[in-house]
Design a protein around this ligand. Structure first.
Ligand code: ADP
Length: 274
């Protein structure tokens, strides 16, 4: 009865005490405190991320209200800046929603047979348009095997890795998308010849809002949530993210899936990520 009525995380032990026994009730509050600190940091980060674009849009709206006779060129530029800031807030809210759904344990993985080779071909096509001809983008499909998983989640994880490669690779660089089989495991990788990442950042890259260079991430439209989303999607698929990188040379992000998720193409009709 005590066990049921005590607050969460408390544990009860009977310990020998002379001829009798004593009841020891202990409660570990470190994990509760850690969760509370993380929650507070997260709220502070989200507020901070929203404050800047809101200030910019609010400022422009005030200027517009005060000077309705603004020059057309100035007006055009102000509207464009407001559009960019609004898009930034939209992206942030979309990523936050995606992350909260992925983190919700009650939200089970909807498994389908995903034609990953076809998905990667589509993403390659999209990457070329996203890069706008600024990079050479290669494609290597070494296996036609599919994956058991969620087409939407896989698409979102893979496209986050691709858009990062595009955003952190200067013009003229090379990006290679690859789908291969390695010792029974299936691996999707994105390799770039971009700015690279120093080793001490690597363990923290998948934390929410962790960025190596805050201003570069923002300038290129990053929300700081992309790799956190990737990590969650992969762990829901029992997969892992491997990151290899050399500053100034480039990076390779590989999503590795276990053999149990591998499907031979002739086994079922395919689903391509929407
Ligand atoms: P962001 O929206 O800031 O890109 P992510 O979670 O996707 O957020 O990535 C976290 C950080 O990891 C980025 O801010 C960037 O510093 C670094 N990063 C991610 N991908 C690459 C890459 N391909 N090359 C270099 N740095 C990268």
């Amino acid at each position: 009865r005590l066990e049921r009525e005590l607050p969460l995380m408390a544990s009860i032990q009977l310990i020998p005490y002379g001829d009798t026994e004593k009841l020891l009730i202990s409660r570990d509050i470190t994990s509760l405190e850690r969760a509370e600190t993380m929650r507070r940091d997260f709220v502070a980060n989200v507020s901070h991320e929203l404050r800047t674009p809101l200030t910019v849009v609010g400022g422009f709206l005030e200027t517009l209200a005060d000077s309705p006779e603004m020059e057309p060129e100035m007006l055009r530029r102000s509207l464009e800046l407001m559009r960019q800031q609004t898009q930034r807030m939209q992206r942030l809210v979309e990523d936050l929603l995606a992350l909260s759904q992925l983190e919700n344990a009650q939200h089970p993985l909807r498994e389908e047979k995903v034609d990953v080779p076809e998905l990667v071909r589509l993403l390659h096509y999209e990457a070329q348009s996203l890069s706008g001809g600024r990079h050479r983008i290669g494609l290597e499909i070494e296996t036609e095997d599919w994956l058991l998983g969620s087409p939407d989640e896989l698409r979102s994880a893979f496209s986050n890795l691709i858009s990062n490669a595009i955003r952190y690779t200067p013009e003229g660089g090379r990006i290679d998308l690859r789908w291969r089989k390695e010792g029974g495991q299936l691996v999707f990788s994105v390799q770039d010849t971009g700015i690279g990442i120093e080793a001490h950042h690597l363990p923290r890259l998948t934390e929410r809002f962790y960025r190596v260079d805050r201003s570069r991430s923002r300038e290129t439209g990053g929300t700081g949530l992309g790799l956190a989303i990737v990590k969650h999607v992969l762990s829901r698929h029992q997969g892992v993210l491997e990151i290899e990188s050399e500053p100034g040379k480039g990076s390779r992000f590989s999503a590795r899936f276990p053999e149990s998720r591998c499907i031979q193409p002739e086994q079922a009709p395919a689903m391509v990520g929407r």
